[in-house]
Design a protein. Structure first.
Lengths: 267, 427
């Protein structure tokens, strides 16, 4: 046991030294494009039941389809979180590129449009202000529940409420729900580490100004959780859907096209 | 940090000592099997299960850190100087724990089992012997959520909040008042509830980790406890410390215990009520009327509480304690067959959460105007009741005035009278 004790001390010492000795030698980017291979899961109609607000929530007079899996005509997948891994055993940088400083000052808007959260997937930094907006002519509430954060805010029709997020950081995204229209759902990741990109309508993602070095990046989607079956050329994702990639100063690491088997999203 | 890690060594020793122990004598803390089943359904395929060994490992870790129902422990990692001594004293835990003493000459002990366990369960899982027949179900402490408190969502209640509940009971539920107990006994129960809560939160955290472990232990003691006295390698030690830090340092100390420290710093300030709030003030009835309009417009209260406030608005929501497991795939709260896996391990049949009937003047979280102000300002944790973030404090007070006036209005008249701002009513 004595030896363990000694090594514990050494460990603590090393950790504190690490943060002192860490020096920045340039920044790089990470990009790629995610496409579903095989069958794309079919989105079912939302479970609107006999909600009294049905009229407001219909889209073109029809019950909207769930927006759990959103692809374009080339099956390129939206709403995948590509993020520097900060979980168990992760190595993370101590400082971030100054370009991210301003991010915290921006007010992030989460709107309700025809009983749907817009955007579906978002990323916020701790301490950031969220504008919870309601463009509908019915009342909503906005219930944010992540591992570390919880808010349940009443947002009346055609109005907005502001909240300031707490200082805690999440490891994976959490949920946004409305209790009045229970089919409504969105996703939000709240954490300090800004190296996050959410794939756009063409499945593209880009994380900018990453410190040069070896970092783990994780792929996560609401319907699939950790995307451990995602195919990344030259890498082998582990069970948490992470790959370890080398970011070089002044360079962009392009992962190319990442194929995700459709079955990964059927949870 | 130094002291924290020093004490981790003690915990490690305790864990090593626990390995291979026989199961302790009853009563024991019950394993959170509902969470286990939920995690399996969330992360594994049909018919797949986590290795059973995890149950033993979690039991070992829990017992090493929190002891047993007869012999509670608390992980004071920093020894005598640990700030957690401000929120938990072992002496108080021992007064609440253990078997109920019948000998009146002895110091009190076993208070929890005497007063609480038959509803809340030995484990604080809300599944005592009487639980299934109560409406609402007794609280399961393990989610760490409390409805009636002076702090916002996700912030733990203060001791004062919990004391109020114990002293006043919860009108409209089976929770009685324990006003007759002396202060020191109330305090010991308050601390024991916090202890069961933190214990339950940590167990849930451990269960949440299983999905990413892929069969490896949460804390792999074999990394440092080699057969025939072999010295562990540097890599082994680093890996072990990493696991200890993730599970104990981060999972328990930072995510749970640290957040229970000094809850007073998070208490919501209650702004003074305007003079019209006083029922003898000449402007009071106008103020009540203003509250009535807010009830229907900016407050959107009638959405759940109904136009007449009898609680007949939206009736198909569930609370967080139920939503916690009924949101698992394939579960339909209306179809018992769909959740038989959960029933089999003790989950009670889901019941929708009822919006409060505001025409009866009992309020679960207390009937002082300040209590009602807090319910509106912060919302009610674990329920669909949202925070009225957009309302000014005067507007909140107006709604409080209206709500307090509701029971005294002619219910028939109330039913037929539309608010003056009918056109603004949402729907």
């Amino acid at each position: 046991m004595k030896r363990v004790f000694f090594c514990t001390l050494l460990f603590v010492f090393c950790v504190s030294m690490n943060s002192l000795a860490w020096a920045q030698d340039g920044w790089g980017n990470l990009t790629g494009q995610i496409v579903i291979s095989g069958d794309v899961p079919v989105n079912q109609p939302e479970d609107v039941k006999d909600n009294p607000d049905k009229a407001v929530c219909l889209v073109d007079g029809k019950i909207p389809l769930d927006d759990g899996v959103v692809v374009n005509d080339k099956n390129q997948l939206r709403d995948v979180y590509v993020m520097m891994y900060t979980g168990r055993g992760a190595d993370t940088p101590d400082t971030y590129h100054p370009s991210y400083d301003a991010q915290k000052e921006v007010k992030l808007t989460l709107d309700n449009v025809k009983c749907r959260f817009v955007p579906k997937a978002s990323f916020a930094r701790p301490g950031q202000t969220l504008i919870l907006k309601n463009s509908d002519n019915v009342g909503h509430n906005c219930r944010i529940a992540t591992m570390e954060h919880e808010h349940n805010v009443n947002i009346v029709k055609n109005a907005a409420s502001e909240i300031v997020l707490g200082e805690e950081s999440d490891k994976i995204p959490g949920e946004v729900k409305c209790d009045i229209h229970q089919w409504m759902d969105a996703i939000i990741l709240i954490r300090d580490n800004p190296y996050v990109s959410i794939s756009d309508k063409d499945g593209k993602f880009k994380i900018e100004n990453i410190p040069a070095g070896d970092w783990k990046f994780q792929f996560w989607h609401k319907k699939g959780g950790y995307l451990k079956t995602i195919e990344v050329k030259g890498y082998e994702p582990d069970r948490r859907g992470t790959i370890e990639a080398t970011i070089k100063a002044g360079e962009t690491l392009d992962l190319g096209t990442l194929a995700l088997p459709g079955e990964a999203l059927t949870k | 940090m130094f002291r924290l890690f020093f004490n981790l060594i003690i915990i490690t020793t305790a864990l090593l000592g626990m390995a291979g122990c026989e199961k302790s004598e009853p009563p024991v803390f019950r394993f959170n099997s509902v969470e286990w089943v939920k995690q399996e359904k969330t992360h594994l395929g049909e018919g797949e299960h986590f290795p059973e060994e995890y149950k033993a490992e979690i039991g070992t870790i829990m017992t090493a850190l929190f002891g047993t129902p007869d012999d509670p422990k608390f992980p004071f990692f920093l020894g005598d100087e640990d700030p957690a001594h401000d929120i938990i004293s072992l002496e108080n835990l021992k007064m609440a724990a253990g078997p109920t003493r019948v000998d009146k000459r002895e110091a009190a002990s076993g208070l929890y089992r005497e007063h609480c366990a038959h509803c809340h369960g030995i484990t604080g899982n809300g599944a005592g012997d009487t639980a299934a027949s109560l409406e609402p179900y007794p609280r399961d402490f393990r989610l760490g959520k409390f409805k009636f408190k002076s702090t916002p969502l996700r912030s733990p209640p203060t001791d004062h909040d919990l004391t109020e509940i114990l002293v006043n009971g919860i009108p409209g539920s089976a929770m009685p008042s324990f006003r007759t107990l002396p202060d020191d006994q109330i305090q010991s129960l308050v601390e024991y509830v916090k202890y069961l809560t933190m214990r339950g939160q940590f167990e849930r955290f451990l269960l949440g980790e299983l999905a990413v472990l892929d069969g490896e232990p949460l804390i792999d003691l074999s990394l440092v406890d080699k057969p025939d006295g072999e010295e562990p390698s540097e890599d082994d030690i680093e890996e072990f410390e990493d696991q200890m830090y993730t599970v104990i340092g981060e999972g328990l100390q930072e995510r749970i215990i640290d957040r229970w420290l000094r809850p007073e710093r998070k208490v919501t300030k209650i702004e003074a009520a305007p003079v019209e709030f006083d029922i003898t003030h000449e402007g009071h009835s106008e103020f009540v009327q203003q509250g009535r309009e807010l009830f229907f417009a900016k407050g959107n209260c009638m959405q759940c509480h109904g136009d007449t406030g009898i609680g007949d608005g939206q009736l198909n929501n569930f609370d967080d304690w139920t939503n916690d497991w009924i949101k698992s795939a394939e579960v339909d709260p209306d179809d018992p067959a769909s959740y038989s896996d959960f029933s089999a391990v003790g989950a009670l049949p889901p019941r929708p959460v009822k919006p409060r009937n505001l025409t009866r003047h009992y309020y679960r979280g207390g009937d002082h105007p300040d209590d009602l102000y807090l319910r509106l300002r912060n919302g009610i944790e674990g329920t669909p009741m949202p925070a009225s973030t957009a309302m000014t404090s005067d507007e909140i007070w107006a709604v409080v005035a209206y709500v307090r006036a509701m029971p005294y209005q002619d219910s028939k008249k109330n039913r037929s009278v539309k608010p003056v701002n009918e056109k603004q009513v949402m729907r």
